[in-house]
Ligand binder design. Structure first.
Ligand SMILES: CC(C)(COP(=O)(O)OP(=O)(O)OC[C@H]1O[C@@H](n2cnc3c(N)ncnc32)[C@H](O)[C@@H]1OP(=O)(O)O)[C@@H](O)C(=O)NCCC(=O)NCCS
Length: 317
């Protein structure tokens, strides 16, 4: 996480909003912002990967693959994953970015697990992270209050034990383009004076439509993954929900019947870090996790994309 803390109180001075409104509608109190010139999302990802390598005593040369879920890559190309791999010394790895907005980490996690299951690769690092402050309009009170910056990562390895990524459902629906997008800077609308004047290089969101979609669909796939794996409120140890809005998290927990003390939550401190939320929850809660714990992860986001993943935690911290 970057050091700079942007509080609701500070946002009150930037747009017409109040701490009370933001807290009651979203659950967010503050978020982190990566400040400084030429500081791309890879800065946070590199730090996350380096601390993971150190903690797991892994030689970076043993890494076979790095997948980076993000929508705020340092540049359109090359992939930020290439930059990260070189910076951490993963000289034998191939690497690529994956774009699935707030569901990015779940898409990347399941993809990484499939590479391991194929038997071809032994060590895969999956990163989720975004520098949302780089694509926010800080005069638009409906979007700038929600998002923050951050990145986290995990290491995947083969095992003969019944742990790891057990099951998942992933979905996408391109009609969601209308409600959540950034128009400027892509091949359809390359950067021009017009795109800058019309503020098309920042997130556009129809919050109420996204909210309605998220509440229904994230809860639905989470319930489906739970049901087909005989996961109930008794044997689910943790719900690990994308941190977009506390009200959406509560609705998902209710649908799956999970009590609040089993729901991972850090939205009040970080806001929505897009692909970063789920690995950052794992980082914050790691010390409470035990080998064999049943984790039900769920996310939704731009695309629309959404999904749920059942993970059996692989180690004691
Ligand atoms: C964005 C969101 C918090 C807005 O909450 P909401 O209850 O739906 O609020 P609405 O958009 O209906 O707006 C209600 C009113 O609050 C106002 N408002 C919007 N943002 C505001 C802010 N930051 N401060 C104060 N008022 C605000 C609106 O202008 C509107 O005023 P009006 O009734 O006079 O027109 C909510 O829709 C949401 O969380 N949506 C999902 C977003 C999301 O998860 N995105 C990430 C996708 S991964």
């Amino acid at each position: 996480m970057p050091d700079y803390v942007l509080t609701n109180k500070e946002l009150e001075k930037m747009v017409e909003t109040t701490d009370e409104w933001i807290t009651s509608r979203t659950g967010i109190k503050e978020r982190r912002i990566l400040k400084g010139k030429n500081q791309g999302v890879s800065v946070m990802a590199i730090e996350a990967v380096n601390s993971l390598l150190k903690k797991t005593d892994t030689d970076p040369k043993e890494i076979d693959l790095i997948i980076f879920a993000t929508i705020t890559a340092d540049m359109t190309f090359p992939a930020s994953a290439n930059i990260i791999a070189t910076a951490v010394g993963a000289t034998h790895a191939f690497s690529y970015d994956l774009s699935a907005a707030c569901s990015g980490f779940l898409y990347a996690l399941t993809t990484g697990a499939s590479f391991i299951e194929s038997g071809r690769y032994k060590k895969v690092i999956v990163i989720g992270g975004d520098k949302m402050s780089s694509i926010l309009d800080y005069t638009d009170r409906t979007t700038c209050i929600i998002f923050g910056d951050g990145a986290g990562c995990v290491l995947l390895e083969p095992t003969t034990e019944e742990v790891g990524v057990i099951d998942y459902i992933l979905k996408s629906d391109g009609s969601g383009e209308n409600y959540l997008h950034m128009k400027g800077g892509g091949s359809r609308m390359p950067a021009s004076h017009e795109t800058v004047d019309n503020r098309l290089h920042s997130v556009y969101q129809e919050g109420a439509a996204v909210y309605k979609f998220a509440v229904t669909n994230m809860a639905e796939v989470a319930a489906q993954v739970a049901e087909r794996n005989h996961l109930t409120k008794e044997n689910i140890d943790w719900l690990v929900p994308h941190q977009a809005n506390k009200r959406i998290i509560d609705a998902t927990a209710n649908r799956v019947g999970i009590a609040e003390d089993k729901v991972m939550m850090n939205i009040e401190r970080y806001g929505n870090t897009t692909a970063g939320t789920i690995p950052l929850l794992l980082w914050d809660y790691e010390k409470k996790l035990k080998k064999g714990d049943n984790l039900l992860m769920a996310a939704f986001g731009g695309g629309f994309t959404w999904g749920a993943v059942y993970v059996k935690w692989a180690y004691n911290s």
